[in-house]
Design a binder for this molecule. Sequence first.
Ligand code: NAG
Ligand code: NAG
Ligand code: NAG
Ligand code: NAG
Length: 837
Amino acid sequence: SVKIYRWRQSRVLSVWPFLLFLCCLAHTVSGQIRYTIPEELKKGSLIGNVAQDLGLDVQRLRSGRARIVTRQSVQYTELKTDKGILVVNERIDREQLCGDVTPCSFSFEVILENPMELHRVTVEILDINDNAPVFRKDEIKFEISESATLGSRFLLPSAEDADVGSNGLQKYILTTNDIFGLKQHSSPDGRKYAEMILQKPLDRESEPRMSLKLIAVDGGTPHRSGTVNIDITVLDANDNPPIFNQTLYRATVSENALKSTYITTVNASDADSGSNGLVTYRFSNMREQLAEVFDLDEITGVITLTGQVDYEKDKKHEIMIEATDQGGLTDSSKVLIEIVDVNDNAPVINVMSFSSPVPEDSAPGTTVAIINVIDADSEQNGQIMCSTDSSLPFKIKSTLTNYYALVTDSAFDREVVPEYNITVRATDSGSPPLSSTTILRLRISDVNDNAPVFEKSSYVSHLPENNSPGISIFSVKARDHDWNQNARISYFLEETQINGSPTSSYVSINSETGAIHAVRSFDYEQIKQLQLVVKAQDGGSPPLSSNVSVKIMIQDQNDNPPQVLYPVQTGGSLVAEMVPRSADVGYLVTKVVAVDVDSGQNAWLSYKLQKATDRALFEVGLQNGEIRTIRQVTDKDAVKQRLTVIVEDNGQPSRSATVIVNVAVADSFPEVLSEFTDFPHDKEYNDNLTFYLVLALAVVSFLFITCLVVIISVKIYRWRQSRVLYHSSLPVIPYYPPRYSDTLGTGTLPHVYNYEVCRTTDSRRSDCKFGGAGSQNVLIMDPSSTGTMQRIIINMPSTGNQKWHFYCLSFYMCVLYDAFTSSCSYCSSLTFIFTAF
Ligand SMILES: *[C@@H]1O[C@H](CO)[C@@H](O)[C@H](O)[C@H]1NC(C)=O
Ligand SMILES: *[C@@H]1O[C@H](CO)[C@@H](O)[C@H](O)[C@H]1NC(C)=O
Ligand SMILES: *[C@@H]1O[C@H](CO)[C@@H](O)[C@H](O)[C@H]1NC(C)=O
Ligand SMILES: *[C@@H]1O[C@H](CO)[C@@H](O)[C@H](O)[C@H]1NC(C)=O
């Protein structure tokens, strides 16, 4: 259109000389009219009533053949002569006709002939807003870096509007946005243009492209406008760091997972593009050990397992990760890798305290041990059940979490079970469950709860008599089921009396061994049995004891030879049994009576004739000891018969005693005496007798001398006084001239024999009622108790010394007697002395 416009302009200029010529002609005629019409009227539109305006009538016009003369090539107007009006003939475009020139008009002449008249008509074309502002391009492109500074200007293309005046371009409008502002300028030639100004920072990442419209608006009514698109591409700058899409990545991995197990992927995005947005990942600040456990792929952000994870060591790993773009911007985040527990740990039992031994009298419920059980696994895998053998008297009590007390469930008896092996088992609740056990060896310590018990309820032991003192008789033994000191048994004798003397004087007991020893030698004949109580006492505190009765039976031994009671065998006596010559066969001469203080077999006596003057005359009853004649006594038989009877007991070995039985076969006593004078004496020295005689002699001698002195003094005194002697009757000391002489002849001294005949009331008693023990110089004629027996006992001191002592004693006694009775028997005394010597 611009070209067209120029082209029109040039056409107008070329028409100019011709128009000037016409003006010269018309002036001569007169008349000039001016019309103003808007452009772009339709063909035939009325411009003006020329006839009227010129003051001509239509006739004239017709007659004058009025016509329009113009220099323009285009005939814009037409004169309607019949009506005298001027109408638009051709479209009138002001912009074509005049371009920018204002006001825009064209002129032409109306020529009339007859007369020639020339009228100038000027038609002014008024502009109408028929042109919109126009941009030369539809679209303009900008590439702006996002780092562009605020206030940067960007020149925009200007628009053109063919219209003029107010219909021409008035202003620019930029579609609303908050980033760019618009500033309008007018160039010196009046053209309007605009600049875009950056008001807010660009962000490629939020708006990488912008599409704006620049609108050019004219001032016509209505407005017309033209638009151009502004296409803005925001160029990237590395202004965005990479950003992880999560601040924390959670992942789990089971503790026994294999290597290269996928764990998780981290992802950071960088809003920048190109290399500015290329992100690489790495772990930051990671502990060295963990570097071998986890791997982070630099490009993909995939984390995998490369080592071993152990829940028990670390329940989770918190690892810092970092993403870096090529521009060096970074972001960091965390990865929390939780290790999932697998039941790979058995419970661990720790015995915190354990008291062993425990006393057997501990009450049920006593705590024996405190156990701590730890399972490194968690939750179900770490939930522990603790148990112990139900067969043992223990149970487990849970006191605190993971702490268990092992308590006793019933009473103990060390004597039955001295120790327990307690198995404590801890099991977790994992699947499969793992368990572990520990064995506690609990010893039960002893309490003195058992008294010693003797092996037998009573003891009977036998001890042969005549034991050597100190001999061990036997042992009692007691057992104590307790232990050690509580079972250390000591034995004691309970203090009792046996025959009035304390037990301990008979037996003693070894307190250690329980061996009972005899303290003395026992004589069965004195004591037949010992009844003791032995006490066994243990060493506990307090001690316990028990008793047992012990009976020690003294066993007889053949330690006593038979004792012949009859006939009595005393040292100096001589007994003879009288057998009348008239005695028949079977005449009971006498009976040997013997006893044995032993008992039983040992006291079972048998009698045998050992020697006899005439074996054919007598026999001895084996059992009863009766001596009987076995044939008729004849006159030829000697008066003096001597039988040796041996009495044997039945002991092993047997003991025996012999007794000599003198038998006088005679009818009268004198006959007997004559025969028996030479009876030999089986004499034994009796030291004791000698001793007592000497002692008595010494005492009596002393008394005698003392008395003698006193008496002599008194007598002399009395003699001087009165010279009178008192006489009184003296007791008669029987004196018999010696009839028997001492045939043993141990001494050379002559002997005096005293003899007396006496009757004993008891044949077993041999002591005579006359005189003292020492003065048995008697001859006893005794018809036996049976009445048929007679016997003669002749006793005399056996040795010369004893005789002498005896005589002295007798002498002294006489003297003393005389002295005390104040009698004068000096003569008799002297007779004694002289006889003795
Ligand atoms: C990262 O995350 C974004 C969106 O969050 C996604 O479009 C992209 O594919 C992810 N990248 C990877 C490597 O998964
Ligand atoms: C982040 O990226 C990872 C990897 O692509 C994806 O699995 C995860 O869902 C993303 N997280 C969010 C919140 O988009
Ligand atoms: C307990 O165990 C020990 C050693 O294993 C063993 O010597 C002892 O005899 C056991 N005791 C019991 C009562 O089983
Ligand atoms: C043992 O015997 C004594 C006396 O004989 C008596 O006091 C005591 O009670 C007895 N002890 C026992 C345990 O029988």
